[in-house]
Design a binder for this molecule. Sequence first.
Ligand SMILES: Nc1nc2c(c(=O)[nH]1)N(C=O)[C@@H](CNc1ccc(C(=O)N[C@@H](CCC(=O)O)C(=O)O)cc1)CN2
Ligand SMILES: Nc1ncnc2c1ncn2[C@@H]1O[C@H](COP(=O)(O)OP(=O)(O)OP(=O)(O)O)[C@@H](O)[C@H]1O
Length: 181
Amino acid sequence: MILSPKKDLRKVMAVKRKQMFSLESEQALLQRLIQSLLVYDFQIIAAVWPLPEEIDLRWLISQLEEMGKIVVLPETPKKGFPLIFRQWTKNSKMLDGLYGTQYPEGRVMQPDVVLVPFLAFDRKGYRLGYGGGYYDRTLTQSNVMTVGYGFSFQEVNSVPIDEYDIPLSVIITERETIQVK
Ligand SMILES: Nc1nc2c(c(=O)[nH]1)N(C=O)[C@@H](CNc1ccc(C(=O)N[C@@H](CCC(=O)O)C(=O)O)cc1)CN2
Ligand SMILES: Nc1ncnc2c1ncn2[C@@H]1O[C@H](COP(=O)(O)OP(=O)(O)OP(=O)(O)O)[C@@H](O)[C@H]1O
């Protein structure tokens, strides 16, 4: 039975991520990510605290903070509202949010760049998330640069899209940096 193109692909890609996840690729990806972020010289960087089975950015988050960057992480509001980015420091208390997410107790800030997780991506810069619409709703509010990050095996020919989907600026995998625009 066909649920919907996005829901079907979500299921397939969640299984694929579980099967193909590798710590070596994760480490390679984190290295590429941190290098790119430092080259561009962003000051306020939005990352994410991992959910189970996701790429774990916590090493990168600590590194960036130690280097003097401001790291912010999303608080997930009720469906229909944009993400709220709050500053994280190594002493931050993490609070439980919706859908198993965690967010720091810090002050609210607007990032210069947003690291965006996905289940799948394509070369036009489109991504498939968990279906909350949170990133699209958040990113329509500003023209902030977006860096999608994930494994090369998460690439698909064409992500099913709707009119509200916003392409990422750049996608970084463990193998390459794809400049979308
Ligand atoms: N680590 C992390 N944090 C993140 C995201 C993310 O992808 N990863 N998000 C990225 O946007 C936002 C949270 N997005 C979410 C959106 C929907 C569901 C959700 O509806 N989960 C349901 C059903 C999933 C489904 O539709 O199949 C569930 O867990 O049962 C969870 C998180 C913000 N924080
Ligand atoms: N800019 C927007 N304004 C209003 N509703 C939106 C907007 N963007 C997305 N939505 C709504 O959010 C819902 C989920 O969108 P979609 O399936 O594309 O989520 P996603 O990008 O996979 O999730 P996420 O960004 O949370 O990882 C849709 O029902 C859609 O109507």
